[in-house]
Design a protein around this ligand. Sequence first.
Ligand code: HEC
Length: 120
Amino acid sequence: MRMRSLAFRNKAAPLAAISALCLLVLPLAAQAQQAAGGGRTDLKNGADLAKRWCASCHLVSKDQAKAIEGVPTFAELARRSDLAGERLIVFLLGPHPPMPPIGLSRDEARDLAAYIAAQR
Ligand code: HEC
């Protein structure tokens, strides 16, 4: 009887450890997923990308001194209902002459789209 309960305990111990580990790991996994596109965006990264890749043609912020005339400003783009949300992300992921192809990752496109949307 004693041996049996001991054996039972020994089996239960790793199980308990595994469940404890799951409890630890699950929130971490959820966090990682959020960072990878679960809705959390990085506006600062979006602003950096805009300055690096778009500011040579577009007015990407209100404090930018000049851009190419006739190219829509980010504030104008932010107000376009045909370029809202997911559509803008998809647009940013594809090639679009005269814009040079810049090969954004999905995360970068999401951050950039959020930055553009914030310029209205
Ligand atoms: C070489 C200059 C140039 C660069 C760099 C550039 N664009 Fe553009 N972009 C344009 C021009 C010109 C248009 C207008 C094209 C038109 O109306 O057909 C445009 C249009 C757009 C549009 C609207 C497209 C539409 O459907 O009307 C979006 C959105 C856009 N650009 C986003 C960006 C973003 C984001 C970046 C930086 C990653 C960027 N552009 C970099 C020149 C540029």
